[in-house]
Design a protein around this ligand. Structure first.
Ligand code: HSE
Length: 405
């Protein structure tokens, strides 16, 4: 097989862009060279010769010598314009921008199919873990039952620091930011939105289901109450932010992101700091667990590098499962979940929303909680879910098909 040399136009020279530059310098076997770098700030000091940089995106998009665009900027809206323009001009694109991808996936798939130009984004989900290409290529059957895991490094870093090191939330978040793990708008991390964007990508490649981020329930870690944390400790459980997609009987699939209580022996309890962990369950291969660094300059750059290498042998995503699994539909009302809800008196959850309430506890000193079973769709629609003073944590156990009433 002939391998093509890559002449790269790089957008962005932040944490990941600089990581990629360093990684490329240490992988001479990959015949890839950064020809030009487009950046926004005219004043930031940069460690490379000034002539390598431009402030005009057209210097890259319009240069026929640059055959590959690597998009590593922060602004998802600008990234979308760049990626679309590059694909339409026949330039292969590698991006790490999960927000941009999740928001525009149907159109970006259509453009790839019309133009035949590849768009690769291994770095957009779980950084160094090779998940997208594996889900796309290896599990190329009807037999994948679920994917679940920790797919946001910053929140895992924060939860680890709070649980293991007893660090306060604000301190742990500041550290995740300083280490370059968090998004520049960290609300995307801590509200579960970054994990949800990644789950959109996993759904497309694992199950051929292309959904909008807003179709998926995402609960982050900001609302986790002291009472929920104490409950976890008393039960010997660990709180993790877990994304899950599970196939249910009848061509239905449920997916969402929720803080989840994990028992110490569970694979996800072994995922510490900014690491990510993804468990696949398939009928014959059974359970498999991917563990690795989920954020940071080099781990993310390593995934970009792997995509660049894939481009040299003409790889592109086939999105085969979109045709194969055309019968599969997202059905949050077909799934239910066991939850622990803590709340203050003014914001009690509506008990009628639950298919069963298992346990209730009310105390003026310690606070109130209930545990119960609730439909995933019902939980997503519940007005009380987003009220201040309400915290929802999933009790251990997978999403499961709703019992017929
Ligand atoms: N902010 C993201 C995270 C970066 O913490 O996982 C990697 O996608």
């Amino acid at each position: 097989m002939t391998r093509t040399d890559l002449h790269i136009g790089l957008f962005g020279f932040g944490v990941v862009g600089q990581g990629l530059h360093a990684v490329l310098a240490r992988t001479p076997g990959l015949r890839a060279r950064i020809g030009r770098i487009a950046v926004r700030s005219r004043t930031k000091p940069r460690p490379l010769p000034a002539e390598l940089f431009t402030f005009d995106k057209n210097d890259l998009l319009g240069d026929p010598a640059l055959t590959v665009i690597v998009e590593l900027i922060d602004d998802a809206d600008e990234a979308y314009l760049i990626v679309k323009e590059a694909l339409l001009r026949g330039k292969a694109v590698v991006t790490a921008n999960k927000k941009m991808l999740a928001e525009h996936l149907p159109e970006l798939i259509a453009i790839q199919q019309q133009t035949g130009t590849p768009l690769l984004y291994e770095a957009a989900a779980c950084a160094s873990l090779p998940v997208i290409r594996n889900l796309e290529e290896y599990y190329d059957t009807d037999l994948l039952e679920s994917v679940e895991g920790i797919i946001n490094g910053s929140t895992n870093y924060i939860l680890t620091a709070m649980h293991r090191d007893r660090q306060p939330y604000a301190e742990a978040l500041a550290r995740a930011q300083a280490l370059g793990f968090a998004e520049s708008n960290p609300a995307l991390d801590v509200e579960g939105l970054d994990a949800r964007n990644k789950l959109v990508l996993l759904l497309a490649h694992a199950f051929g289901l292309v959904v909008a981020p807003a179709d998926l329930l995402a609960v982050g870690i900001t609302a986790i109450s002291e009472l929920a944390t104490a409950y976890a400790r008393e039960q010997g459980l660990i709180i993790k932010l877990v994304a899950e997609a599970r196939r249910l009987p009848g061509g239905r699939l449920a997916a969402g992101v929720l803080p989840t209580l994990v028992r110490p022996g569970h694979e996800l309890a072994q995922v510490h700091d900014e690491f990510n962990g993804l468990i696949t369950q398939s009928t014959f291969a059974d359970r498999q667990f991917f563990l690795g660094r989920g954020a940071g300059a080099f781990p993310t750059a390593s995934a970009v590098l792997s995509d660049l290498s894939a481009l040299t042998y003409g790889y592109r995503y086939g999105y085969k499962k979109i045709q194969q699994n055309a019968h599969l539909a997202l059905a949050p009302d077909a799934a239910e979940v066991e939850v622990l809800v803590t709340f203050d008196e003014a914001n009690a959850p509506a008990e009628a929303d639950f298919s069963a309430v298992h346990e209730q506890f009310r105390s003026a000193q310690r606070g109130n909680y209930l545990t119960g079973t609730i439909g995933l769709g019902q939980l997503a629609r519940a007005a009380w879910l987003r009220r201040p003073g309400v915290s929802v944590v999933r009790l251990a156990g997978p999403l499961r098909a709703t019992m017929a009433p």
